[in-house]
Design a protein around this ligand. Sequence first.
Ligand code: HOZ
Length: 435
Amino acid sequence: MKELKRSKELFQEAQRYLPGGVDSPVRAFKAVGGNPLFIRRGQGSKIYDEDDNEFIDYVCSWGALILGHSHPQVVKALKKVIESGTSFGTPTELETTLAKMICAAIPSIKMIRFVNSGTEATMSAIRLARAFTKRDKILKFSGCYHGHSDGLLTKAGSGLATLGIPASLGVPAFFTNQTLIAPYNNLEGVAQVFDKFGQEIAAIIVEPVAANMGVVPPQPGFLEHLRSLTQKSGVLLIFDEVITGFRLTYGGAQALYEIAPDLTCLGKIIGGGLPIGAYGGRKEIMELIAPLGPVYQAGTLSGNPVAMTAGIKTLKVLSQPESYSQLEKKASQLEKGITEAASKAEINIKLSRVGSLFTIFFTREPVTDYETASQASTELYAKFFHQMLSQGIYLPPSQFEASFVSLAHSDEDIEITVDAVHKAFNIIQKAPRRD
Ligand code: HOZ
């Protein structure tokens, strides 16, 4: 890798105008140290920084780019649509086309509302759940991240876990008092909350595969139990599939685990790399949204033709046979290579993977919730991250974020990555350690 001369200059300048030099905290490399890369372009599985260094990218715009960067069919469709205008603030046929595709792929979604981010999707789904149940409290799991709306910014993963911020300043206690917390994968914790507050809970919101404390799969029976408990107690079950939707299967995590939630939040892949979010679910709940019902939610750029087009094209490509078996093959080859490298170098890791989502935790203990995830050595992760970066592999700059494999990653990319992991683990193993 060449010097990061230009990235360094740009970061200096950015910090004068943007808080921390970034528009989203994890990008600032605070958890791993060093200078963030300023990226100029992406093509397939690769990104290129302002110094012209090439990296195999396992962030893929935080999972949005399941087809890889600048997929030719997506780019072609975008060029065409942009020539006809970028936003009208009126309905377009494209919104119905994407809505139909999503409803067909995810049968629990009978109606859907497009918004502009995952944060908006979860925030609006919760408002809707409160209106439907006429209850105020919600239950979320520690280490799960559902965007940055007030009521959800407590015991959250992603950037808060990365930066060690337990709760954001500026959020009145009034909001977080309505948010109940249980540990992920812990049915006893859920039962305790329900014993005390069952009648006041509007919804449980959960990432069906947690992917914002690193990847933590649901243990057998966890999601099933949440479904039966919520059904018995008049509580809505909201799946936050912003990351897992169209990633684990074409029907998302809910198809993989065969559980139909009442509401689903989506984002990332359904916008093909353009800003998007969506929430959808049972018809009688969705019909409460204005203008049909009294739950208000609106947006100037919601359903804009550019994001709709990128989403439609992405889902069309993704719906081709073998997309998911290819993703599984690539990701399992990577898992095998990394696991072998770890045992050869005698490094304790737990590799957590569901389909094309994975995290390497630097720990010897199984990772099942936020408490066990946070036992992993962030110091070793940072060393590993930089060893990989110097060999041209871009991983998430935080132990508590997922890595993403795309359809653009080739067998050669996987081989190069595994070779780099061998080298990185050997160097880490030899370095003096504090863990
Ligand atoms: N919260 C995002 C990952 N879970 C990070 C988004 C970004 O920094 O772009």
